[in-house]
Design a protein. Structure first.
Length: 401
């Protein structure tokens, strides 16, 4: 833009020399007209303008705009294709040790684990057919739409605006598309216990392709979830693709917040992330960013019954004093028994939510923030979370300078 404005400015000044030379009295005074013409009009107006244009083209070629249709941009302004092009170029400029397509695939897996689901439907019009779909649903924000459109370009599928324009949803498009995603998840295994259970159930349904099997087993897909959690709490190893996966998971579950401390009369910022059941996953994030922050235990619903509330408070206190409790299945079975009791006591039995342990970390110290900056420099956020991260980053790095 600076070079374009410079071009206009030089062209205008160069053109004004012609107006001056059109004055007869000045023409006589300057007398050597041809010298003035060549030195000012030609050299100044054309030669320097050509240099400006060449510089502009070189910078344009090396910028994020190089793959965009410049003719369309000049005529209609930046459209969706150009926005996607800019976002794609931005991501490619950040990646150094992984291809763009592979990064998008791993980002998608992390996003799926946080805000997605693997759904098995029974098709009513078919006697013996079940449909498997991968879905990710997010708030209908422009940045989320563009992110899902990029995923669509790499992994296919459909992107739709739905639920009164409040959400944007990506879904796999066909059985063939779902099979390709199965292969991808075999190559890069899912890390959350919830999605591991959904994936195993979907694979079993795919192998049998039986409506009866789906109807008979769909209520038992999470029956082995506690066993998976206990195994991972004791044996989880951070995989090689973890850092790319993590950016997608943070896109779904992370939070960059700025808060005001009334007692200290100042603002502070922190990064938070949590997950139901999967203590090992939050522990791995803590370890990955070399944080010593304690993992906190929360409950996903408000408990009214005094006895149950006291029991949960005791569990929370026991966990605070000894986090190794999560390595035993009895810790999670305790929540199942509480859920059952809470459901029996509730006046609205059918709508009662299950009592679920939610593990969370809050990070705000400078050393860990630097780790976060470094991580997102190599593995960028590409959806709505990118905007909140930029605000959070600027609070510590721009506003303080």
């Amino acid at each position: 833009m600076i070079y374009a404005l410079g071009f206009v400015f030089l062209f205008t000044i160069g053109g004004l020399t012609g107006v001056i030379l059109a004055n007869a009295s000045l023409d006589i005074a300057f007398h050597d007209y041809s010298l003035i013409l060549w030195l000012i009009n030609f050299f100044y107006l054309y030669y320097i303008e050509i240099l400006f244009t060449i510089n502009l083209l070189i910078i344009f070629y090396n910028s994020d705009y190089k793959n965009c249709n410049i003719g369309r941009v000049l005529k209609y302004g930046i459209g969706e294709e150009d926005e996607l092009c800019l976002l794609e170029s931005f991501i490619k400029s950040k990646l150094s040790d992984i291809s763009y397509e592979e990064y998008i695939k791993l980002y998608w897996i992390g996003l799926l684990e946080g805000d997605g689901s693997i759904v098995v439907d029974v098709i009513k019009r078919s006697n013996n057919y079940c449909r498997i779909r991968f879905c990710i649903s997010l708030k209908n924000l422009r940045s989320n739409v563009l992110m899902l459109k990029l995923i669509q370009k790499v992994l296919k599928g459909f992107v739709r605006i739905e639920r009164e324009n409040k959400y944007v949803t990506w879904t796999s498009s066909s059985k063939k598309n779902a099979l390709e995603l199965f292969k991808l998840l075999d190559k890069y295994p899912l890390l959350t216990s919830n999605k591991q259970c959904q994936f195993e159930f979907a694979k079993n349904c795919l192998e049998r392709n039986s409506k009866e099997f789906v109807l008979k087993n769909r209520n038992y897909k999470y029956i082995k979830q506690i066993d998976k959690i206990i195994y991972n709490n004791n044996n989880f190893i951070i995989p090689t693709y973890y850092k790319y996966w993590l950016s997608g998971f943070i896109e779904a579950e992370g939070c960059f917040s700025l808060k005001y401390d009334k007692r200290r009369a100042k603002s502070y910022g922190q990064f938070s992330i949590g997950q139901n059941y999967d203590y090992y996953l939050i522990q791995s994030i803590n370890k990955f960013f070399e944080s010593n922050n304690k993992i906190q235990l929360y409950i996903n619903k408000k408990i009214e019954n005094i006895d149950i509330k006291a029991k949960i408070e005791k569990i929370r206190l026991d966990f605070k004093n000894n986090s190794f409790l999560v390595h035993n299945s009895s810790f999670f079975e305790e929540f199942n028994s509480i859920s059952k009791k809470e459901s029996e006591l509730s006046l609205f039995n059918e709508g009662t939510k299950k009592v679920i342990p939610y593990f969370k970390i809050d990070i705000g110290n400078e050393l860990v923030r630097n780790k976060l900056y470094s991580h997102f420099s190599d593995c960028p956020l590409i959806g709505a979370k990118k905007e909140s991260y930029i605000t959070w980053y600027n609070y510590f790095n721009v506003n303080k300078s």
